[in-house]
Write a protein that binds this ligand. Structure first.
Ligand code: NAP
Length: 336
């Protein structure tokens, strides 16, 4: 039988790293499964200006690399891979990775975060990373002098458009309705920027270009009542147009990375976020011993510092839960 660990943490963003630091300092010798975006979403950003303790800001990658070093200093071990399945039926959790590696653990902390949502249109797979991006702060500087399109109507879309306006010749925001979801302050900043234009009631149906040339354009559809793709699917006439572009950015929100939990008793909400149970352990799910932290369970705050806080809570909950289980086992042994 393989070794049974005390704590395994899935995810190495701020939530996972905070859980790792606390669990390691509690001598629980945590194993951290890196995930497919080691370091999480902060590695896709430039400066983090609102993380407490860094008056001049701190690079996102630097912050998570330091967190990893800190966790390793106390004995956390990092393992490359992606959790593919977890069996919650036995006395301990059986975790299987995409590499085929398996682990067993008494407590399992899920901090797998959320990934950028995509449209799933033709051209997307080939062009992702070749002029199509979900991260303006990572790729914006490649688009000096380009005409770029940002898809989305929330705060992220405004933020990306504003950032891109420093490099691109023109930035167009395509939103599927004619009312933004973004906060007034962010929307106003975008409205006041001369480089940024809006295409209302518009959606992208295809992205053109090649891996060699990058993005060269997109086909967009529009309808004055909004949601043109739905209308088109219902047989309603929409305006279709092909536009020339040098870059395209998705800013249409994130989806929590919880697919591997879909066939388990862990309760997910309709968007896939993990729901914690109403118990004495704030971060525990309906499955005893399985805890959740960060963007994978938090559709509201979604900040680095709150993710770190949730990671700490999950680690402490796991530690207390393990102690309680051990105490129960001892009591049962004495009774027998
Ligand atoms: P969001 O608020 O969920 O907005 C997503 C946008 O994408 C919405 O406008 C939505 O359209 C659109 N969208 C979603 N799926 C789409 C699809 N399949 N096709 C076309 N459009 C689609 O996500 P977010 O902008 O990433 O923001 C997430 C959270 O982070 C929010 O709470 C936000 O306030 C916060 N945030 C804050 C800041 C800041 O204050 N500086 C910056 C970034 C993010 P509909 O409006 O029609 O649904």
């Amino acid at each position: 039988m393989s070794e049974v660990h005390e704590v395994i943490i899935a995810g190495s963003g701020v939530a996972g790293l905070s859980a790792a630091v606390y669990s390691a300092r509690a001598d629980l010798e945590p194993i951290v499964i890196d995930g497919n975006e080691p370091g999480g979403q902060l590695t896709l950003t430039t400066d983090v200006e609102n993380y407490l303790g860094f008056p001049e800001g701190v690079g996102g990658t630097e912050l998570v690399m330091n967190g990893r070093e800190q966790a390793e200093r106390f004995g956390a071990e990092f393992h490359r891979g992606l959790v593919e399945a977890v069996d919650t039926d036995g006395e301990v959790f059986d975790i299987r990775l995409n590499s085929g590696d398996t682990f067993q653990t008494k407590a399992f902390i899920v901090a797998t975060g959320a990934s950028a949502r995509t449209l799933g249109v033709p051209g997307e797979d080939e062009l992702m990373g070749n002029g199509l991006s979900t991260c303006a702060t990572c790729d914006g500087a490649f688009h000096r002098g380009d005409d770029v399109l940002v898809v989305g109507g929330g705060d992220s879309a405004m933020e990306e458009a504003l950032f891109l306006s420093k490099f691109a010749d023109s930035v167009t925001v395509a939103h599927r309705r004619e009312e933004l979801r973004a906060s007034e302050i962010m929307a106003n900043r975008a409205f006041e920027n001369d480089t940024i234009d809006f295409r209302w009631n518009t959606e992208v149906t295809e992205i053109h270009g090649s891996a060699e040339e990058g993005v060269t354009g997109a086909t967009v559809v529009s309808h004055p009542d909004g949601h043109p793709k739905e209308k088109q699917a219902d047989g309603v006439d929409v305006t279709e147009e092909r536009i020339d572009l040098g870059g395209l950015f998705y800013a249409i929100g994130h989806v929590p990375n919880t697919r591997f939990l879909e066939d388990t008793p862990v309760v997910l909400d309709e968007r896939g976020y993990i729901q914690t149970a109403d118990s004495e352990y704030e971060t525990m799910t309906q499955v005893p011993g399985l805890f959740a932290a960060g963007d994978v369970m938090d559709p509201v705050y979604q900040q680095a510092i709150t993710a770190g806080g949730f990671g700490t809570m999950a680690s402490l909950d796991a530690e207390w839960w393990l102690e309680d289980q051990a105490a129960k086992d001892r009591a049962e042994t004495v009774e027998a």
